[in-house]
Design a protein around this ligand. Structure first.
Ligand SMILES: [Zn+2]
Length: 220
């Protein structure tokens, strides 16, 4: 989950149905083409669903209220609605500071997994968000665990590419190869950009490799 600015687009006319091309395109712009929960990118915007951030059951007007529409992948959307607790809002809360993201090898599970931690255990909204993210990525029960596994595999592929780029950076520095250095810097900046998938987990990895110490303007 990353911070986004809903005011970067002119609010589209939602009309009678919230699912229309103008709304989807505007949401793709706001949420940088990613599911606002898992940060996965989809091949085209039409595949995304639209999540009603606040449930529409008590207030039907929220169904077509632009500020209540969030770009979401199918899996995250259905999972969020199973346990509708109040969560952090990436359009107003500083989600990048309030949640701690980690990624690494877990000996108990014998695999690499993302980890989400709350910065304030007394804050229910942060705790609910952390629990939701944990479930979306690491759940092991029910049919939906296949989706969690596939999401983890996609994250791991991206992580492997970033780790390779970090090694290439070290090699280019060691060899004094300026051209390779520039190419690698460009690759790393792309992997950790907020326009790319899984920004927060990739940024954690880049910090682990201390790349942020070598490149002052690494994070956009
Ligand atoms: Zn998702």
């Amino acid at each position: 989950m990353i911070n986004v600015d809903r005011h970067c687009v002119e609010p589209p006319k939602v009309g009678k149905s919230h699912r229309n091309k103008k709304v989807l395109n505007a949401l793709a712009h706001v949420f940088l083409g990613k599911c606002y929960l898992c940060e996965e990118k989809q091949p085209c915007v039409g595949i995304f669903e639209i999540d009603h951030f606040k449930p529409t059951s008590k207030n039907p007007k929220l169904d077509t209220e632009w500020n209540n529409l969030y770009l979401c992948c199918k899996s995250c959307n259905s999972f969020k609605h199973k346990d509708a607790k109040e969560i952090l809002d990436p359009c107003c809360d500083n989600v990048e500071k309030l949640i701690i993201y980690k990624y690494g090898y877990n000996p108990e599970k014998d695999s690499y997994i993302p980890v989400f931690l709350s910065t304030d255990l007394n804050n229910e909204k942060i705790n609910n968000t952390v629990k939701l993210l944990e479930n979306l990525h690491n759940r092991e029960q029910g049919m939906s665990n296949y989706r969690a596994k596939s999401l983890r595999e996609t994250i791991h592929k991206r992580w492997s590419l970033l780790m390779e780029a970090c090694r290439n950076l070290d090699n280019a520095e060691r060899d004094g190869d300026d051209l390779a250095l520039q190419e690698t810097l460009r690759d790393i900046k792309n992997y950790v950009s907020r326009n790319s998938p899984f920004t927060m987990l990739m940024r954690y990895t880049a910090k682990q490799c201390r790349v942020d110490k070598k490149i002052p303007d690494l994070f956009d």
